[in-house]
Each structure stands twice: as C-alpha cells, then as structure tokens.
Ligand binder design. Structure first.
Ligand code: PLP
Length: 365
C-alpha cells in the first residue's frame, strides 16, 4: 500500500498508551485503575439544563467565541478574583483550548518547554505544529524548578506548560514556584500555558493560578473532570485579548464552537458546588497512601485523582505488563515521561475496585 499518511501521525499510532489500551482489552473483567476520568455521573441539575437547552432549540452553532452568557459568567468570576487578563473563549474541552493556544503561539521550529512527567498530549500537539520540545525533569518530587526552566530558555523558546495539580503525579506546585514561573514568563517574554483542569480537586491548600501574577499567561481548563462531563467537550481558556482573539479566529475555522447544549448547561455547572466529590477523592487519596505497601516510594499528591509511585524493580513497562497478567490495568510512566520508572494509578473508581487494585499491587512486591 502506498504511504498516504503524514509523518506527524507516527507518534500517535505508536504510542505506549495505545499498546496498554490494546493489552487491557484482552482482559474480561479487569480491575481498571488506568482511566483518568471521574467515576461519578454528571449532577442531575446540569443534565436537566442540557436537555432543556436541546428541547428549546439551542442546537445550532454558537459564536466561535462561545455562548455570550457563559463567557460573561466566567469573566465576572475572574474579575472578582482580580484576574486582569480575562478575555474568555469557550472551547471544546481543555484539549480544544490547548490546541487553539498552541496553534496561536507556536511556529514550526519554535521551542516548547515541558515539565517531565507531563500530560501525554502536550508533546503530541507540539509535534503536529512542527515545534520542538525540550523536556525538564521534575523527578523525584515533581515540583517545577523556576531556575531550571530559566536555564532551559533559548532564543527559540516561545512557551512552557505548567499543569498543577499534575497528571500523572497529582502534585500541586508550591505557591512560591507558581509565582516565580509566572514572573519568569513576563521577564523573558514567553508564554506560560497553564493547564488547570484539576484545579477543583486540590486537597491541602487553595488553588493559585499563575495568571494572578503575570501578563503572559494563558489558562486552559474545562468542566470535564470537575463535573464528570468529559464527553460533553466543554472547556474554556482565558488570557490577554490579542491571544484570545487569535484563538477565536482559529476556532472559527476548525472546531467552530463547543457543543451548544453543553455551553447552556455550563451556566449551571460553573457555580455548582462539587465539594462532596472533592471530599470523596480526598478520602480515596488518603486511603491509597495509607494502604500502598511501604515498599512503594510515593510523592504525596495534593490534588487531581492520581498517584504516581515508583516501580519497586524493573521498568514501568515490564511492571505494567505484569500487572495486566494479574488482571490489573495501570499506566506505565513512559506514557507520560521520557523515563520509565514510575506508574500511574487513578483512584477515580469505586471503593471495591480501588481496594482490589491496591491488593494486587501489594501482592506484586
Ligand atoms: N489536560 C490534562 C492534564 C488532562 O489530564 C486531560 C485529560 O485527561 C486533559 C487536559 C484533557 O481534558 P479535556 O477532556 O477537558 O479536553
């Protein structure tokens, strides 16, 4: 067959994520700690609002910038938090927002700094744009080091990404580091892309966005994880007006808009209290930390719903394959990292699944 696909498809087709996904599909009833989405359902009030919107005919395109009422609601809330650069776009999930932001910022051969470990899509998106990635290791504590980031900046660097709480580590960046990174972006004239998708799930402190401290910050987030509507594709970004304008123009020519009924329901979701779910995940986090065999080395995660322990021996790929032989799905570190020493478990599952998963892990050391 002639080669008809672009070279840029290769990293997607050969990813380690696909491999684990294929292997786990062979299991009949796996204990699955591999899935990164909430295990609770969308709250009823939010569902009802989406249904109401469909029935009342809100089924056409919205503006590419998004539903005006939802944009205004988010903007008003940012105003209250004294976020200055708060022009808003409604996007198709955090990934839609990240895609637009990177398209608006990165030229081919520009450099993007990524803190390692990272969310799997960051280097893939950079690759689609022909941008170069420089990885900055944050092992073993997973805190970003502003000095290290400063040293990695070259004349080609356009942006760096911060994700706090992080996927796959759950680690929340310390406030002083967030401030220093934000200031660095302004001093060096590069963009800080802040992925704040897990900001609702922070257990030991309050969320602090780098957008509080600097101009060159674009915040990308969504309702996906916070409200369990990953399939609704409802996200948003906010930042300086010229960047948001460019993102709106690109959205017009690509996604057009986020789903109209999801945007309508976002009006209810924005102020919907998710405290009970947050408490539940905090309890699960504490349980996992208390019950993982002490032979697993773990950095305490302050947020999200992930734990990223070190493998007791061998590579994470070998360890994850051994877990699959034991009917357990976990994610090997090299899905999210240039090194293959750790593995990710998601505790966004019911208690029985979590207990069975941790039992299997403990039987493996
Ligand atoms: N960013 C991070 C850090 C994630 O973990 C995920 C999903 O796992 C996404 C973005 C994608 O989010 P969305 O479904 O809102 O596009």
């Amino acid at each position: 067959m002639p080669t008809t696909l672009a070279d840029r498809t290769v990293p997607f087709l050969t990813s380690q994520f696909q491999r684990i996904f294929e292997l786990s599909r062979q299991l009949k009833q796996p204990v699955n700690l591999g899935v990164g989405q909430p295990h609770f359902d969308v709250p009823d009030e939010i569902k009802s609002e989406a249904i109401r919107a469909i029935q009342q005919g809100m089924n056409g395109y919205t503006l590419p910038s998004g539903n005006g009422d939802l944009r205004q609601l988010i903007k008003t809330s940012l105003d209250k938090q004294n976020e200055k650069n708060n022009d808003v776009i409604i996007a198709c999930g955090t990934l839609g927002a990240l895609t637009l932001a990177m398209q608006a910022i990165l030229n081919p051969d520009d450099e993007l700094l990524i803190l390692d470990p990272y969310f799997v899509a960051y280097p893939q998106l950079a690759g689609l744009l022909g941008a170069k990635v420089t990885y900055i290791s944050t092992y073993p504590h997973f805190q970003p080091d502003p000095d290290q980031v400063a040293r990695a900046i070259t004349s080609k660097t356009k942006a760096f990404i911060l994700c706090s709480p992080g996927n796959p580590t759950g680690v929340v960046a310390e406030p002083a580091r967030v401030k220093a990174l934000a200031e660095l972006a302004d001093i060096r004239g590069i963009w800080l892309i802040s992925d704040e998708i897990y900001s609702t799930f922070i257990y030991d402190q309050t969320h602090i966005s780098p957008a509080k401290y600097a101009e060159h910050v674009i915040v990308c987030s969504s309702f996906s994880k916070t409200h369990a509507l990953t399939g609704w594709r409802l996200g948003y970004a906010y930042g300086p007006a010229p960047l948001i304008r460019a993102m709106i123009a690109i959205q017009q020519a690509t996604f057009v808009c986020a789903p109209s009924m999801a945007q309508a329901a976002g009006m209810i979701a924005w102020d919907y209290a998710m405290d009970k779910y947050k408490k539940e995940y905090q309890t699960k986090r504490d349980w996992v930390l208390a019950n993982l065999n002490p032979r697993y080395e773990v950095t305490k995660p302050g947020g999200a719903f992930y734990v990223f322990p070190k493998c007791p021996a061998g590579s994470a790929t070998q360890f994850s394959e051994k877990a699959i032989q034991n009917n357990l799905v976990i994610m090997p570190g090299n899905v999210f990292s240039q090194q293959d020493t750790h593995f990710r478990i998601s505790y966004a599952v019911d208690d029985t699944t979590l207990q069975r998963g941790v039992e299997i892990l403990n039987s493996m050391v």
